[in-house]
Design a protein. Structure first.
Length: 468
């Protein structure tokens, strides 16, 4: 749905829009063939409507982005910024008559500074490419979403994405020091800093992180880097119940340990991985906990955690001896979503985050919901920070099963709020969770966020219909 003060570009105006765009852009940067533009219409989310773009623009420079926004403002045309479209909430979905602004060609790493420990990048830089580039300087960019081989830094900033390492290193928002942003009217604004400290004025940088392209278009980012940690070692612990695995998580965190990774897979996920990859995990495994340390003496840390897992009821604890064995242990976790997709062909991936102390209640509740709706719902979780990914498996060709999938998804979000959590830990709100954002932050919160949107985007042309 597009805000009422925007009119989608009618067919007779499409030529005018294209002509105005081509006045400041090379012809190869403007796509108008409906068969081509349709391929840019949506991200990877299920149950999220997408419209037909009037044009797709692939700029290479800041000036070209400014031209697009000035044109859109002049013609009152909505603009939907996009990265690699690996998102899971419909936040990059097109609206009818919009200009899709795909930033994937702005993919230069402009600077890596080992002294200041910063990188300056364009929004289309792929997360994994940045990680590999800074590693050559003995540095690390810690945020590592599961789609890190495809997702872009601009998209990571738009959704404030996380990843497997968040338990120790935090999420994207903690690494964005400054931004260059093109506003809705085409003006260029810089926020933040490149210094280690800085508190001048309101923190507009944090405001843009997680705003899903609704306040401005990020065209450059200054990112904090960290020294490259030692290789991590991984421990796998099997449990006869999800409750026991969640108890182990609580013991590990209460014990003051700082793992670089703490991941959990429930029995449904373990079975799906076994069925797909024949990894030989025991059929009796109700939950699998993976814990890693990248400390100077990871073996000692794993031994201490192994004792805590055993005290919580682990049926088997297997610490890796080296990085190669660690990678084998992590393979199951990395295959989780692919394996769950193979169960029924379609998945809805939630990302409800709850306090760590309520993690067991969350898994128990999801199992209850799966039974209620007669669905397969697997849970893999960034257990160290309480970020769960209940994944609803269903046959999209079956209307009744699709209905039950959507209803179960909503019930899982309600459960997360009931447990003191949040509807999204790292995937964003987009289209999928608009109703639930309003429930979480309340009417006053929605009103204030709309007023902030009004300040930055008075015509409502930036990614309309998302968030609220």
């Amino acid at each position: 749905m597009i805000m009422s003060r925007i009119e989608a570009a009618p067919d007779e105006a499409r030529g005018s829009l294209t002509d105005r765009l081509l006045a400041g852009l090379p012809s190869e940067a403007v796509l108008t063939d409906p068969d081509v533009t349709a391929s840019y219409a949506n991200d990877m989310a299920s149950f999220c409507a997408a419209g037909a773009p009037a044009a797709v623009v692939l700029p290479r420079t800041v000036e070209e982005v400014q031209h697009v926004l000035r044109t859109a403002t002049a013609l009152r045309v909505p603009v939907v910024p996009q990265g690699a479209r690996t998102g899971l909430s419909g936040g990059a979905n097109a609206t009818d008559g919009c200009v899709v602004l795909s930033l994937t060609r702005m993919d230069r790493i402009l600077e890596i500074n080992p002294v200041d420990r910063v990188a300056v990048v364009e929004p289309g830089v792929v997360n994994a490419a940045l990680s590999r580039a800074v590693a050559e300087h003995g540095l690390a960019y810690p945020p590592d979403p599961s789609s890190w081989e495809q997702c872009t830094i601009g998209g990571n900033i738009g959704t404030a994405s996380g990843g497997l390492c968040c338990v120790k290193y935090g999420v994207t928002a903690e690494y964005v020091l400054g931004l260059d942003v093109v506003l809705a009217d085409g003006r260029l604004m810089s926020t933040g800093r490149r210094t280690a400290k800085g508190v001048a004025g309101y923190d507009l940088t944090r405001l843009f992180v997680g705003s899903e392209g609704s306040l401005g278009v990020v065209v450059r980012a200054t990112l904090a880097l960290r020294p490259l940690p030692p290789p991590q070692l991984v421990l796998a612990a099997e449990f006869a119940s999800a409750a026991a695995a969640c108890d182990a998580v609580c013991r590990i965190m209460a014990g003051g340990h700082v793992p670089s990774l703490l991941e959990l897979m429930d029995r449904t996920t373990v079975k799906a991985v076994n069925d797909l990859a024949h990894m030989g995990l025991p059929d009796t495994t109700e939950a699998l906990l993976l814990c890693a340390f990248d400390t100077p003496d990871p073996a000692a840390d794993l031994a201490a955690v192994g004792e805590l897992c055993a005290a919580a009821g682990a049926t088997e604890v297997v610490p890796a001896d080296d990085t190669a064995e660690s990678e084998l242990l992590l393979k199951a976790r990395r295959l989780s979503l692919t394996a769950l997709e193979a169960v029924k062909g379609t998945t809805m991936i939630d990302d409800v985050c709850v306090p760590r102390s309520r993690l067991g209640d969350m898994l128990e509740g999801v199992e209850r919901i799966a039974g209620k709706y007669a669905l397969t719902i697997g849970v893999c979780a960034h257990a160290g920070d309480g970020n769960t990914h209940p994944t609803v498996c269903f046959d999209a060709r079956d209307p009744d099963e699709s209905r039950r999938a959507r209803e179960s998804f909503d019930e899982i979000m309600a459960l997360g709020l009931e447990l003191g959590g949040t509807i999204t830990g790292e995937h964003g709100v987009g289209v999928l969770k608009k109703e639930w954002l309003a429930r979480e932050i309340g009417p006053v919160g929605v009103e204030m966020q709309r007023q902030i949107k009004q300040v930055f985007d008075p015509l409502g042309i930036l990614n309309p219909g998302k968030l609220f």
